[in-house]
Design a binder for this molecule. Sequence first.
Ligand code: PHE
Length: 363
Amino acid sequence: MSEALDTIRDETEAAIAAAADLRALDAVRVAALGKSGRVTGLLKTLGALAPEERRSFGAAVNALKGEVERALDQRRTALEAAALEARLAAERMDVSLPPRPFPSAGAEAGAIHPISRTMEELIALFGAMGFAVAEGPDIEGDWYNFTALNIPAHHPARQDHDTFYLPAPKSGGDSPRPVLRTHTSPVQIRTMLAQEPPIRVIVPGRTWRADHDATHSPMFHQVEGLVIGRDITLGHLKGCLTDFLRAFFGIADLPVRFRSSYFPFTEPSMEVDIGWNRKTGELGAGGDWLEILGSGMVHPKVLANAGVDPKVWQGFAFGMGIERITMLKHGIPDLRPFYEADLRWLRHYGTSPLSPFNLHDAA
Ligand code: PHE
């Protein structure tokens, strides 16, 4: 009997050691411990034995059963670890590889349009200064686009805007015609009516004026900015716009000049210029000035029109042409191809979603 035990132990342990994978190991388990396995078979003989013998033999068989189970467990753990190792080796991925070339070889890969790209940059840069994004409709009411912004019916600024008017609604009596918004400034009004100050938003969006040449398009884009608080000052306006312009153009010491100007909806009003070289078109140095945007402290009448108490709240606003800053940043000479969907132009001026905002940051 004990010889049979030793034989079973030796053969089973040899088979366990030889099992090359989990499936082979399971076959060994069944052969030893399964319903008609060899160890199970020994256990079945116990009933026929005398009590004395049954005790000692039973203990020996149970000890064997325990040994076989432990050996199976150990081997299973080892085989599982090996299987995992093999999978990890087969599925290894090098996360330090550089991105695939763009556009990938032979493929018609897309690129981000320069306008979309600049909008993303504006949202990221002003976002870092705590600005949220606000929106308004392209078809605007006369009151939002003009009147609420302190541009009354016969104000000359209305002529300046070369406005596209839409037909008045039939039931509208003699109410003013809707317009394609001539600037993003009406969203100042909408934002102040919709939310309590303090306010800090930018408004990137489409704008429209009946104007068409190499630097003007009937549809173009602006970004508006509005900051309202209890003690927002001209100093905040200057700091905010200086930081923005230097970050956007990627020139840490870009000269920035604030020049007195006039807008009906700001008081005082300022035009903002940046330093450049008129001859070479290079930004930053050269002693010439280039007008970049309009800005000012929000006129008290505008605050009041939008339901904000000018005795408690004050702030600044600015408006900037998105095509203009995009052309300057990337040296794009003509505005018209922005809207012509010419793939050669898009491939040249479009950017990869992965490329950094300022190309010199890539080095
Ligand atoms: N709305 C003005 C324009 O289109 C720009 C501007 C916005 C100026 C906000 C001052 C404040 O020219």
